[in-house]
Ligand binder design. Structure first.
Ligand code: SAM
Length: 231
């Protein structure tokens, strides 16, 4: 059995929730690196099969080796490509993009939205774990008509990570600075007393108070948060 880091376990939990919602089917791991997540999904019966994509040959080889070693060669495909380019999505797929910068994730999903039909997009789920630019990722998904089914936060070696689970609703909307920066799902969780999210927000408040000097969106978000806190 593969031992996942706290971060990857939190990603796995969201993939598992998406698979439970959709029923049996494939998991597509974009940027699979060592293939740990994909192997775990197969080992635990979360996925019927997996597709791993990798932009670099080296990590793709690691993923392919992991599939052979764990005996899943016949239920896996490893493709060297940029994001989802060349991957034909199917109804019921769960697509996971974890451990990458937010702008890279936006680039990958933008191209996917351009090539897939709204009908197909409505029948897949995305699990997204950005390393940075989390607010830009939330803004992008909202403006492109995605609904936030859930968002979780985990800590791993003193860092906070956000994991978003999303479905396509086809109706674009604006989140506004506050929800872009703090997350609509997380705001609700904090309101209902979730201690982890509350300590994550304390951390964000500190980071944002520095960044607000040069970033207007973050300044607006922080001002709204202070207004809310002082009510
Ligand atoms: C930091 S690793 C994260 C691996 C794994 N997803 C995780 O969460 O632990 C990022 C991986 O994504 C790959 N990658 C980066 N950009 C990519 C892209 N546009 N398409 C496919 N793979 C990409 C890198 O080669 C690297 O192996």
């Amino acid at each position: 059995m593969i031992n996942l880091s706290f971060r990857l376990k939190a990603v796995y939990d969201q993939v598992s929730a998406a698979r439970t919602e959709l029923g049996p089917g494939r998991v597509i791991d974009v940027g699979s690196d060592h293939g740990l997540l994909a192997v775990s999904c197969l080992e635990n019966g979360i996925a019927t099969s997996v597709i791993c994509t990798e932009i670099h040959e080296g990590p793709a080889d690691h993923s392919a080796d992991a599939m052979i070693t764990s005996g899943f060669e016949d239920r896996s495909q490893v493709i060297v490509t940029d994001g989802l380019d060349g991957v034909r999505l199917e109804k019921g797929d769960v697509i996971v993009i974890a451990g990458m910068g937010g702008l890279n994730i936006i680039d990958i999903v933008s191209r996917c939205i351009e090539t897939e039909t709204p009908e197909l997009l409505k029948n897949v789920r995305f699990v997204i774990q950005p390393q940075k630019s989390v607010n830009l990722v939330r803004k992008f998904f909202a403006e492109n008509g995605f609904v936030f089914d859930d968002e979780s936060v985990c800590t791993d070696r003193d860092f906070f990570y956000n994991i978003m689970r999303m479905s396509y609703g086809a109706v674009p909307y604006e989140l506004g600075a506050y929800k872009e920066c703090y997350g609509s799902v997380l705001l609700k969780k904090a309101e209902s007393g979730d201690e982890l999210i509350r300590s994550y927000f304390d951390h964000l408040d500190e980071v944002f108070s520095i960044r607000s000097r040069s970033d207007r969106v973050i300044r607006d978000a922080l001002e709204e948060r202070l207004r809310y806190e002082n009510q």
